[in-house]
Design a protein. Structure first.
Length: 177
């Protein structure tokens, strides 16, 4: 191997190729935050990041099942597709919550609750078209995989995601941060 400086033409070719590759990436700017919190709401309980306490949830709807891993508290939702609602707490206060159609055969077969959880604001539910997300959510670049499209919304104290598969929303997630 030579210690000579790289060929000027080769360096320039690499720079040009890098510029072309960067130009093909979709531009992404996070959506502007809405002015109020987003939360999951049912007739039994609401899940608001930074406000909902685990003892209050357990008092309203019972002890959860530890799924998908230890630390997550999961309940079966109502509605035709029986989504799961999984919550994660830090110091007994909610820091993450997801509402999703389970994609694994290993998902627990929990009894569905009568109440259907909705994402508020917007009264959004699993199975809706992504058009229902409105201007609050912006499409974000996502790697190919389990979901076809991913959408993001910002709110005071957190971020929300909606994921779609075959033209329907299958997952909502709210995270602190």
């Amino acid at each position: 191997m030579s210690d000579d400086a790289p060929d000027f033409a080769m360096v320039r070719a690499v720079e040009i190729l890098a510029k072309i590759a960067e130009g093909k990436r979709p531009a992404y700017a996070p959506p502007p935050p809405i002015d109020r919190p987003m939360l999951f709401f049912s007739e039994d309980v609401s899940f608001e990041i930074g406000a909902t306490r685990r003892p209050d949830v357990e008092r309203a709807i019972g002890i959860a099942f530890a799924y998908p891993v230890r630390g997550w508290h999961t309940y079966a939702g109502g509605g035709p597709r029986h989504p799961l609602l999984s919550a994660f707490y830090k110091d007994e206060v909610l820091v993450a919550v997801e509402l999703y159609v389970p994609r694994s055969d290993r998902a627990p077969k929990l009894a569905a609750r009568a109440a259907t959880c909705r994402l508020v604001p917007g009264e959004l539910t699993i199975g809706m078209s992504p058009v229902a997300l409105g201007e609050t959510f912006a499409r974000v670049p996502s790697a190919p995989g389990t979901y076809d499209e991913t959408y993001e919304a910002r709110f005071p104290g957190g971020v929300a995601y909606a994921m779609t598969r075959k033209g329907e929303i299958e997952r909502f997630a709210l995270y602190a941060g």
